[in-house]
Design a binder for this molecule. Sequence first.
Ligand code: FES
Length: 133
Amino acid sequence: MKQIAWKTLPARIYRDGDLYDTERRQIFARSWLLVAHASQLQETGEYLAVTAAGYPLIVVRGENHAIRAFHNVCRHRAGPLANDGRGKCEGNFVCMYHGWRYSFDGRLIGARDFGAVAARARIASVGSPVPGR
Ligand code: FES
C-alpha cells in the first residue's frame, strides 16, 4: 500500500486576519451555510440567530411556512434584531436600538419617527427562502 505524506497548513494561516477576511468574502458569503435543520423551526415566528463566519444572521419560519435567512442587522443604524440563540417571535422583529419593525419576510413595516421614506427599506436577505416542509 502506498504511503501518503500528509502535510498540514502552516500555523500562520490559522491566525492570518487578511486570509480570514478573504475566506469570508470569497467562500462563506457566496455559498449556503448550514446553521440549523428545518425541524428546529417548526412554528411561525420560531427563529435562530447565529453568527457564522463573522456574519450575524437570523433564520426564521414565516407565516407561509417558508424559512428565510437575513442579516441580523437593522437598516437604520445596524442594530441587532435578535440576540444569538433560538426563540419564538410573536408578531415582528423589533430592532433593539430604536424600534424599527420587520416582518418575517424581511420587510420593514414600521420605522418609528421616520415616516414613509424608510418604509421602502428591507433588511438584507442572505439567500432565497428555503421551501417549507
Ligand atoms: S438601529 Fe434599528 S431602529 Fe435604529
